[in-house]
Design a binder for this molecule. Sequence first.
Ligand code: ADP
Ligand code: ZN
Length: 414
Amino acid sequence: MQAKKLRYIVDFAYRNSEFYRKFYDQAGVKPDDIKSVDDVAKLPFVKKQYLRDTYPYGMFAVPLSQIVRLHASSGTTGKPTVTGYTYEDLELWSESLARSMYAAGVRKEDVIQNAYGYGLFTGGLGFHYAGERLGATVVPSSSGNTQRQIELMLDLGTTVLCCTPSYMLYLTEYAQKMGIDIKNDTELRMGFFGAEPWSEETRKRIEEKTGIDAINIYGTSEISGPVVSECSEKAGIHFWADIFLIEIIDPETGEQLGEGESGELVVTVLGKEGLPMIRWRTGDITSMILEKCDCGRWHPRIERITGRADDMFIVRGVNVFPSHVEYALMQVKEVSEHYQIILDRDEKGLDVMTVQVEISPGYQGKTNTDLLASKVRETLKSYLNVTPKVEILEPESLPRFEGKAKRVIDKRKV
Ligand code: ADP
Ligand code: ZN
């Protein structure tokens, strides 16, 4: 089925998108060269830069009269890119995410509060239509207005919440201040968190504090938006094999890597026609799991995203991923999950990395902050091979985020 769908989409893109025709001609491949799934390796990769170069419609494979919706990426790494959908593309997107939500345990009886931003960002409408497709009750609360979110949750009996993991942390903290214990005072039983990197430790904290199942969801606007998630086993994110063909490649050489090897995720959407995505380089670092899942499904899985190839920063020659900083911080129980990384240069021009982290409310005034700072510094050093400066801040002094968190502030001039 994958081979058939791959042949179809490559041929479709070649015939209908000027971009793909030139691209494949230059690479010396013809649609006829693609016969099996393995032949995908003959095709060149599609990179974010091409979407920027052909902004806004240059890569589309159907006339605008067949495009029924546009979205734009959030622009984490530069100028936003525009994605377009035919009616069938929207159905495929909803189908994929609805299946994932079902696999995680959402049913028709659920009340889904969708606190992803509605608008150009794909999170809001993506979850909205997937929830409806599933037959659940969708509350389009969108992002922001935290007090109202919590009131809605109580009044409407919300059982499933969709938002970024950083917003979930904030919402939990906010509820506490309102005197509401999510675990005992609400019906909430599950959350779909993603759109930004988060760690296994953050999952543990969310689950312990709120008593819910925290499910990891994944997507990028180019592959439609949020499209896939973990199943109820929470052991990797299933990519539906009839909708996606996934590969893991060495980001340097472009060579395909084997099961379990860490590299960049490359996704081909088998069917999306408005803006075909064939061998899309996501920039996200993960590895693949091909064995059967305990849920009974064979659909391939990816491990939690450990970082973005372009998210990584270099401090004195050492590669650092924000997710590793987060992981290390979570090993120190006296500090909270709110942190920020500031990169700067000293008077000698050497990189200085400062990690600001809040003390956990329970330890405030009871712990010597100098000692705590050195404990955090030693922990970070052992995980990162870089020695950062550490600043211990009061609870609630760092910014909170309604959408994607911005954790790294790079003040260095190139
Ligand atoms: P932008 O590239 O502008 O942020 P998107 O809004 O499409 O555009 O964001 C997609 C990116 O968000 C992914 O490539 C990935 O880096 C990140 N992301 C999405 N979900 C997750 C997740 N569950 N874990 C880690 N990163 C994620
Ligand atoms: Zn599974």
